[in-house]
Each structure stands twice: as structure tokens, then as C-alpha cells.
Design a protein around this ligand. Structure first.
Ligand code: TYD
Ligand code: MG
Length: 452
């Protein structure tokens, strides 16, 4: 295929160059020139007033019938949940995550299930047909109607897809795919973006539901998924730690459903299995009460989840004591420690503070504040909190405890799992109380600290 004309565009100032260089001659930034296909002059002229063809027509939004998108069930409740109720025809879903976390496994399982009733095509550029077959055999999958294509050139993939006309297609992974029109290596930002653009165009034109797999590198800035987020309809990321059995998928962007919805899976010897009721799986359930551990009820997407926040506070021997968080924002911890000092009179400037959310879960909400502070205090004083206690609430800079959304539902979930006591913001306490739960309402930080 003839090479398209390309040039190099500075990602910082937009200057163009016809040859690659390490430094942009205009702004002086290093390593920012990116190969890009030059658009045909014909398409460019349409943007200017000199355009002479038929003008495009506007329409009244009220004249357009709002038809609900038809959805394909992935036959996997958790995946359907994060997708917002199933896969939408013609939509493009990006599944990102660390290498080895289970992206190929999940899509192999999903596509085999879908291939029983629909035309499905799995395109792999990473594994040989033997490897895929071996994995399917190990997972006991019925592969009678499973179509596989081993190819990495995007033009050839699209050509095959136009003949096969799949309803659902998987590209595993977008980093291995390349287009002939660019000279850069497969996996480079330019290649990933251009190949994905062609695949997205194909999916929209042919109404094919498309899954793109993308690896996120350790720095998070994958040559891939991050640059693709705006091009696709839905972005799902695998969270958590590959050493744990549990895998959490979170919707980061969804044009067809709610974001921050979670899907929970467990990795076993038969691949990924859905966890239908994940609310208490992340608790470590210590035999004895331990200092520095507090259970909170968070709400991720549409359901409550019980999670354990652990803190370790230890004398620091460094000029700048360490503040380390896993599953929480580090700046939030620094802010909470300042509130603890200012409004609770408790100093931690000579202590290293480590906070971890058990099970590799990520807490994105501020409702975890009170649990973090009580865990820190419990560790600092080496004083365990009761193991039938749950805590939640946002802590403000003025030392006030603010309510969180869906408080009653969180309390009900805790009572369902046998918790007997709760320390929560005053506005979250239901009038009639919750059967089996003794609730302590708090308005200010020092009221909460009195319980530790
Ligand atoms: P994989 O799905 O290939 O990850 P990705 O495509 O995201 O790079 O690999 C998943 C990991 O899970 C791999 O390290 C092996 C493990 N695994 C199991 O524990 N059980 C299984 O049944 C399978 C298929 C994989
Ligand atoms: Mg893979």
C-alpha cells in the first residue's frame, strides 16, 4: 500500500516539521515530535468559506426520535453492569490494565459465550493461535463457533472484518496493531492513535461492537489507552493488584451508562468468575482486634461495599516524615493529618504514616476521611477499635464532619453483615434508626476522636 504523506507535529506548540528531530525548533521542547498523516487539501477546504458544495443541513433536536440503543448481553452480569447494562451495537470499548491482570482471559471468555449466538471475531496480535487454543482448553470453553484472526496490520484486519461481518470484535491488543501509512514502530503513540482511529471508524460505519485491549505501563502513561480515551465510547480499567485473587473493573468513561460503576471478579484456575455480591469480600476479618484497622462502607457505582482501611504510624527517622498511601490520594492524607493536628491537637510531624486500603480497592470518595483518621489514631495510640464497628464521613478543614450520599443504604449494608456499632455524620443518621446497629452521630472531629 502506498505510504500516505506524513509530517511531524510538536505536541506542545503545534509546530510542524517534515523530518523527525529530538527537539522542536519553535518551542525548544525535547522529544515531542509526533508523526501524523497530512490531511488531504480537499477535506481541509470544506472548513473555509470558500466551500462551494451542498451545505450540510441543521435539524431540530425535537424532531429526532430518541430510540434506546439496543444492547447485547455479554452473559456476564458484572461486565454488563460496568458497561451500563450490556454492550451497545457499534460502540467502542477500551479495556485497559497492567499486563497479566486478566484482560485477554476476560475477553476470551466473553467472546466464546457471545459466539454461541452471534458472529464474533477475536483478533490477536500478541498470542499465537496455539496459545489461544490452549488457554480456551484450560478454561473449558466451547470454541465450536469461535473465529480467530492472527494479524497486526490494521488495514488487513479491517478488510477481513468487512468480509466476516462480525457483530462483536476484539482487538488484543491495540499496541501490537500498526498501520502502513506511518513509519513509526507499532506501539508508538502515533501508530496507536492512527490504528485506533481507523478501527473506530470501521466500528461506527459497520455497527460492530468493538473491544480494544490496551496495556497500561507502570508509569500509567501508556503509549496507548490514555491517548485513546477521547476516541472511544467507554473506557474500562482493571484496578487492583495482580497478586490478589480479586479483579475490579471500573468504568472511567461511559457514553451509555454511569461512570465509577464497579465489576468484581475472582481469578481462579478456570479464569475470571463474577462475584455477584462483593460487598464484604475485601475485609480481612482478623481473629483479634488489631490497632490501625477500621472498616468503612463506601459506595462505588450503584452498590455499597465494605472495605478495610489500615494505617501504620511509626516514629520517623527522616527530616521529612513519610506519608504513603495505597488506594487513596496522598494529598488527602496530608490534609487530614493537618486537620487532626489543628482540630484534634494530635501531632504526627515526627511520625511516618502509611495508609492502605485492603484488597487493592481504590477509594475515590471523601467519605473515607473519618475512617482514615480513626485508623491513624488507633495505630498511633496502639489501641484497637471494636471489630464490629463501621465508620464513614467526610472531614472538613474546619474540623466538621460532613454527611455522605446514601448514608442509610450504607448503614443497612453494615447491619446486614453483622456490624453492631457505627460512627457516622449526624445528618446521615436515619430517624427510625437501623435494627441491630448502635449509631453514634458526630458533628465535629473531636467528638469522633473521643471514641478512640
Ligand atoms: P492474561 O489474561 O493473559 O492478562 P492480560 O491479557 O491482561 O495481559 O493473564 C491473566 C493472568 O491470570 C495470567 O498471569 C495467568 C492468570 N490466570 C489464572 O490465574 N487462571 C486462569 O485460568 C488463566 C487463564 C489465567
Ligand atoms: Mg493479553
Amino acid at each position: 500500500m502506498a505510504k500516505a504523506k506524513t509530517h511531524y507535529v510538536c505536541q506542545k506548540c503545534g509546530a510542524t516539521a517534515y523530518k523527525w528531530a529530538g527537539q522542536c525548533v519553535d518551542c525548544g521542547e525535547w522529544n515531542c515530535l509526533d508523526e501524523t498523516v497530512i490531511e488531504e487539501a480537499k477535506t481541509k477546504s470544506a472548513r473555509f468559506s470558500g466551500y462551494t458544495g451542498d451545505p450540510p443541513h441543521c435539524c431540530w433536536l425535537s424532531d429526532i426520535a430518541a430510540v434506546e440503543e439496543s444492547r447485547i448481553s455479554c452473559q456476564n452480569e458484572e461486565l454488563d453492569r460496568v458497561l451500563g447494562g450490556g454492550l451497545v451495537n457499534g460502540s467502542v470499548v477500551l479495556i485497559g490494565g497492567d499486563p497479566g491482570i486478566g484482560k485477554s482471559t476476560l475477553l476470551l471468555q466473553t467472546l466464546t459465550a457471545l459466539s454461541q449466538s452471534r458472529n464474533a471475531l477475536y483478533v490477536t496480535g500478541e498470542e499465537s493461535p496455539q496459545q489461544v487454543s490452549l488457554r480456551a482448553k484450560r478454561l473449558d470453553l466451547n470454541v465450536n463457533r469461535f473465529k480467530l484472526l492472527t494479524e497486526t496490520q490494521v488495514e488487513r484486519i479491517i478488510h477481513t472484518a468487512m468480509q466476516e461481518k462480525p457483530q462483536v470484535m476484539v482487538i488484543d491488543s491495540i499496541q501490537t496493531v500498526f498501520t502502513d501509512v506511518l513509519q513509526s514502530a507499532a506501539g508508538s503513540v502515533a501508530q496507536v492513535r492512527e490504528s485506533a482511529a481507523q478501527l473506530v471508524r470501521f466500528a461506527k460505519q459497520s455497527n460492530t461492537a468493538l473491544f480494544l485491549v490496551g496495556h497500561v505501563t507502570k508509569e500509567g502513561a501508556l503509549a496507548g489507552p490514555r491517548v485513546l480515551e477521547h476516541m472511544v465510547d467507554t473506557v474500562l480499567y482493571f484496578e487492583g493488584d495482580s497478586s490478589s485473587r480479586y479483579r475490579v473493573i471500573r468504568a472511567i468513561k461511559n457514553r451509555f451508562g454511569a461512570v465509577n460503576e464497579l465489576g468484581v471478579f475472582v481469578m481462579g484456575d478456570k479464569g475470571l468468575r463474577e462475584v455477584k455480591n462483593p460487598s464484604a469480600i475485601f475485609l480481612s476479618r482478623h481473629e483479634e482486634n488489631v490497632a490501625g484497622s477500621v472498616i468503612m462502607v463506601t459506595r462505588e457505582g450503584s452498590r455499597p461495599l465494605l472495605v478495610e482501611v489500615q494505617a501504620l504510624v511509626d516514629t520517623s527517622h527522616m527530616p521529612n516524615p513519610r506519608r504513603v498511601t495505597l488506594g487513596l490520594e496522598q494529598n488527602r492524607l496530608a490534609m487530614l493529618l493537618a486537620v487532626l493536628h489543628r482540630h484534634g491537637g494530635i501531632v504526627t510531624y515526627d511520625q511516618d504514616v502509611f495508609v492502605n486500603v485492603v484488597g487493592g480497592v481504590r477509594l475515590n470518595e471523601t467519605g473515607a476521611d473519618l475512617a482514615v483518621l480513626l485508623a491513624v489514631l488507633s495505630s498511633l495510640r496502639n489501641q484497637p477499635l471494636p471489630n464490629d464497628l463501621i465508620v464513614f464521613g467526610e472531614v472538613g478543614l474546619a474540623g466538621e464532619i460532613r454527611p455522605v450520599p446514601n448514608g442509610v443504604e450504607r448503614l443497612q449494608e453494615a447491619a446486614k453483615h453483622g456490624f453492631k456499632q457505627a460512627i457516622v455524620p449526624k445528618q446521615n443518621v436515619p430517624k427510625g434508626g437501623i435494627t441491630g446497629l448502635t449509631i453514634t452521630p458526630v458533628l465535629r472531629l473531636n467528638e469522633a476522636l473521643a471514641y478512640c
